[in-house]
Design a protein around this ligand. Sequence first.
Ligand SMILES: NC(=O)c1ccc[n+]([C@@H]2O[C@H](COP(=O)([O-])OP(=O)(O)OC[C@H]3O[C@@H](n4cnc5c(N)ncnc54)[C@H](OP(=O)(O)O)[C@@H]3O)[C@@H](O)[C@H]2O)c1
Length: 380
Amino acid sequence: MRAIFFAMTLTVMSGLAVAAAPPPDPKAVEVIKELGLQESPRALRDMPGWKAPKLLVFNVQGPLDPRAPGVLEQLKALAPDAEFVLANNPQDMATKVANADAILGGDNAVCDDTVLAAAKKVRWVSIYSAGVESCLGKPALEKPNVIVTNMRAVAGPVMAEHTIAMMYALARSLHVSVARQARGEGWGGGFAGSQPQSLTGKTMLVVGLGGIGMEVAHRAHGLGMKVIATRASSREGPDYVSKVGLSDELPAMIGEADVVVATLPLIPSTTNLFDARMFARMKKTAYFINVGRGGSVVTDDLVKALNDGTIAGAGLDVTEPEPLPKDHPLWKARNIIITPHMSAQSDLGQSVRILILKEQIRRFAAGDKLLSVVDFKKGY
Ligand SMILES: NC(=O)c1ccc[n+]([C@@H]2O[C@H](COP(=O)([O-])OP(=O)(O)OC[C@H]3O[C@@H](n4cnc5c(N)ncnc54)[C@H](OP(=O)(O)O)[C@@H]3O)[C@@H](O)[C@H]2O)c1
């Protein structure tokens, strides 16, 4: 009896009274499953001192704009007892976050030092992107009562389409035909050093088998390729990946691949990972595609590897530096296709991000387990 009373008191004290929160949107439940998003092991209401949130401050810059028609209203409906405040930039945000329970926005805004210094009561930092480089090494975020979440995997399906498009454009020498067409040249003229290839039955290596890597692997397998992969913490992978190695097995595995796709976060162990020595281990006929972060590649080494025929071609959505200066030699490297960090963009707009953000706010208001918590020991 005493135990039941104690449990009931705790329930009310810990804010379970807010459990009248709306149920999850079935579409969100489906997307969370499809993207393989994991929830934190512990519910917020079980953390010491938990109380229902009163103030959420959103930065409007970045990959999700809460000012889009109807968005703010949908978000507010999930935490009706809280105040929602918008900030235009980090400076503005810093003036509004002193009592904020949550700060939300792009990584540059929410992890800005002035914002973090001012947000003394913050318990949830929500980053709208998968990459969290700007947030690493910030003591304010590594406190036990602060939870940081990101949007890992959310861009995976669209980015996988982009990656596959780049792969086939290289393999079918489409960039050569498109350039010839733009110059007004007619039929004929060869492939300017770009050998068309068939990819059926060939091998793709996905470096970084996470949310995005998994989507790329799934599509490549469906297109008749053998897929192998590396990841940091485990050898586990889905059926469609025939072998999963650990990070340090990359040098041994890279020579097996006809297409190497990097879908990595930028952390110390992935910075400058693809250098002259790594390119030298690739097949001369292989393509290198990077949609993770430009900092994983030694750019000068890639330019050389392309121009001297060490590898057959490259597709880059991310570069180092970024934006790539107009006169940078990477633009003119042999058999290269560069897109301006847009592989996550599509006609779907913000819809999936908003769906996930709504579910996160619903969970935050109810004191539930949040999704996609950043592990600062790993850096992603
Ligand atoms: N181009 C764009 O517009 C764009 C858009 C979104 C994201 N990105 C970039 O893509 C990155 C990945 O996003 P995501 O959503 O796939 O994140 P994710 O789900 O967290 O996946 C990251 C994966 O990388 C693996 N990994 C980490 N270090 C590794 C290493 N040294 N060698 C091999 N694998 C390693 C991890 O392995 P474990 O699973 O074993 O931990 C994990 O599977 C982001 O961090 C961001 O930088 C780019």
